[in-house]
Design a protein around this ligand. Structure first.
Ligand code: ADP
Ligand code: MG
Ligand code: ZN
Length: 621
């Protein structure tokens, strides 16, 4: 069919353009000059080593002698270079010895930048051409934006399997059931088993959520339909919902299969307060997703998988039973995890024998799978540029630094040795208080690998469901929450921002004790204020403040009293266990993660942290 042909041609064209852009990005244009910081330039100028500086916009080319290779640097935009250098302590005299040529910022000869600038235009032109051809071919789908893009993915059967996702064993275990169902749905249906419709993959960016979703479909050998939440947002009014309808229509026709909605938070954010009022595009799209999910019969063998790194902002309606009620967490990998991911990505790449993958894994706490893939790839590119036949340790080391120092968004993932120490004490503080208090949930493991916004995490799992939480449970939970902050205070004399998430949780707990559960001794069993649940949206919409100023003040002081009391208690506990605090923190710095038994052994002084087995040696080679 001609329609098909044009579509294919269009797709090929896109791929070609993308490949060319990628190629240029990596290899062109020419060899990049060595980059130095502006302060390094300032020092060189001061030492009289610089003869000439070419300024082009914010880019600098620094020459030391006429025949030498220039160094590249950057200055602040819109501020004269001389002023900036002056501000960095360079004397007038040294400056006067440097010839500074300012050139208009141009991209003369930089046709690569030109292509990049024109790319959107080319794409738009391509799109119009595509639509035009389609309408000519007589197909009435010509302008049907509403037709699901999923159509393009029919028969897309990912080749990735669980083997390609390293170090996410718990997640794989949870998803195993889904794979089995997709392989043989009849078996489950015949027994009347209820299989989850929706699985929510939760984790920070780059932890392999998309990869995992594909792996599930690859393992089961079923088609994979995917769409990204952010795509919906850009669409015309009314299109999002019809797209969802089409997507599911296609999926049902091709069942058993997987529908993957990436970045579901883009459409699934909790809906506005406008009751029957503002029905914006996003809201309609979300409603349609819910309608489709609720319409699944027992014979609809479609599993919906969604991914998000912001489960906290999702509309609760999405998380109700029968919707995305299964949650699978993709955490940042720990030491063993990173080692396993390294293995996946160095496969098929020639490594120098001096490459120590264990060491690389140790040096990269905070890296996610995507960082590790990136690290190996950068090292390979570096080695190729240096005309090496193998990737050596030096290239690996350089790439770690590059990625660690890359944009601000990435820098936050990296843990410097000093931070690692602080986080270790912080988490040790939480863990020790958790261990020594009796009424909160027991400690399961403690780790310094960041989870969400917090630096690390002490996982506590309720022994049994707590229908009726006792006052002591709240009190001990508050104490545990304070443990991290107090440990930092004792050891370092100050508190880092890492404790801010804890403080939120603590305040919430203390307020709830007083306002919701009537657990305050002073205020007595009163409900103070009340939350109105919206019957349709099922979300707490408004905090009704139907109490007086005096009550509000009493409430605040009661919350303060509860927290203050626990602060005293936790200070006592941790000061009395200062030695254990050191031991646990040392063990955490070495191991990153301690399970309950390991924690107890270290805490009780039965094992010195230096004698703890090395996690990488525990691994079967
Ligand atoms: P997310 O969807 O969570 O942002 P992706 O699935 O897009 O992350 O991951 C990006 C890339 O990083 C993957 O294509 C893969 O190459 C690599 N990666 C991430 N996690 C892992 C992992 N656990 N094992 C192997 N590779 C991984
Ligand atoms: Mg993704
Ligand atoms: Zn904490």
């Amino acid at each position: 069919m001609t329609g098909n042909w044009t579509r294919n041609a269009f797709v090929y064209l896109l791929i070609l353009v993308a490949a060319a852009a990628l190629f240029l990005n990596v290899y062109g244009p020419g060899e990049a000059p060595q980059k130095v910081s502006l302060s390094a330039v300032a020092r060189q100028v001061e030492r009289g080593e610089v003869t000439r500086i070419e300024v082009r916009g914010e880019r600098l080319q620094v020459y030391a002698g006429e025949n030498s290779q220039p160094l590249a640097s950057r200055k602040e935009e819109g501020v004269a270079l001389t002023r900036t250098l002056h501000g960095m302590g360079v004397s007038e005299e040294s400056l006067s010895r440097v010839k500074i040529n300012v050139q208009p910022p141009s991209n003369s000869g930089n046709w690569f930048a030109l292509v990049i600038n024109l790319l959107p235009l080319i794409l738009i032109a391509g799109l119009f051409l595509f639509l035009f051809r389609q309408s000519q071919s007589g197909s009435n789908q010509a302008l049907s934006f509403g037709k699901s893009k999923a159509r393009m993915f029919v028969g897309d059967r990912p080749t990735v399997t669980f083997g390609d996702v390293a170090g996410a064993d718990e997640a794989k275990l949870e998803l195993e059931e889904i794979v089995e169902f997709l392989k043989e749905p009849q078996k489950f249906v015949a027994l009347g088993a209820r299989i989850p419709k929706g699985v929510l993959l939760v984790g920070p960016p780059g932890t392999g959520k998309t990869l995992m979703a594909k792996a599930v479909s690859g393992e089961a050998g079923v088609p994979f339909f995917s769409i990204s939440g952010s795509e919906f947002v850009e669409m015309f009014v009314g299109v999002g919902a019809s797209r969802v309808r089409d997507l599911f229509e296609q999926a049902k026709r091709n069942s058993p299969c997987i529908v993957f909605i990436d970045e579901i938070d883009a459409v699934g954010r909790y809906r506005g307060t406008g009751l029957g009022g503002s029905h914006d595009e996003r809201e309609q799209t979300l409603n349609q997703i819910l309608v489709e999910m609720d319409g699944f019969g027992t014979d609809t063998n479609v599993i919906l998988v969604a991914a998000t790194n912001r489960p906290d902002i999702l509309d609760p309606a999405l998380l109700r039973p029968g919707r995305f009620d299964r949650r699978v967490t993709m955490d940042r990998p720990d030491l063993q995890g990173r080692r396993a991911i390294l293995d996946v990505h160095v496969k098929g790449k020639p490594l120098d024998p001096n490459v120590d993958l264990d060491l690389i894994a140790r040096q990269t706490p905070g890296f996610v799978g995507a960082d590790i893939e990136n690290l190996v790839n950068e090292a390979a590119i570096l080695a190729a540029r240096r005309n090496r036949r193998t990737i050596a340790m030096s290239e690996m080391q350089e790439s770690i630094e590059r990625i660690a120092m890359g944009g601000p968004e990435r820098r936050s993932r990296i843990m410097l040795p000093k931070e690692k120490e602080r986080i270790a004490f912080h988490e040790a503080g939480h863990a020790i208080v958790a261990h020594l208090t009796e009424d909160a949930d027991p400690l399961v493991k403690v780790t310094i690998i960041p989870r969400g916004a917090a630096g690390g995490f002490v996982l506590m799992v309720p022994e049994r469901d707590r229908y009726l939480a006792k006052r002591a449970y709240f009190i001990d939970s508050i104490a545990i929450g304070l443990g991290g902050r107090v440990a930092e205070e004792i050891v370092f004399g100050d508190i880092s921002t890492g404790a801010s998430g804890d403080i939120q949780g603590i305040t919430r707990l203390a307020r709830d004790m007083v306002t919701k559960y009537g657990m305050s001794r002073r205020m007595g069993p009163l409900q103070i204020g009340h939350q109105e649940e919206n019957p349709f949206l099922g979300r707490e919409l408004t905090d009704q403040r139907d109490y007086s100023e005096e009550v509000a003040e009493a409430l605040d002081s009661e919350v303060q009293a509860i927290v203050g009391e626990q602060l005293q208690r936790v200070r006592q506990i941790l000061t009395a266990h200062r030695q254990q605090l050191n031991d646990v923190a040392a063990a955490l710095q070495k191991r990153e993660t301690l399970n309950r038994e390991e924690f107890v052994e270290v805490f009780e002084g039965r094992v010195a942290s230096s004698d703890l087995p090395d996690p990488l040696e525990l691994q079967p080679a």
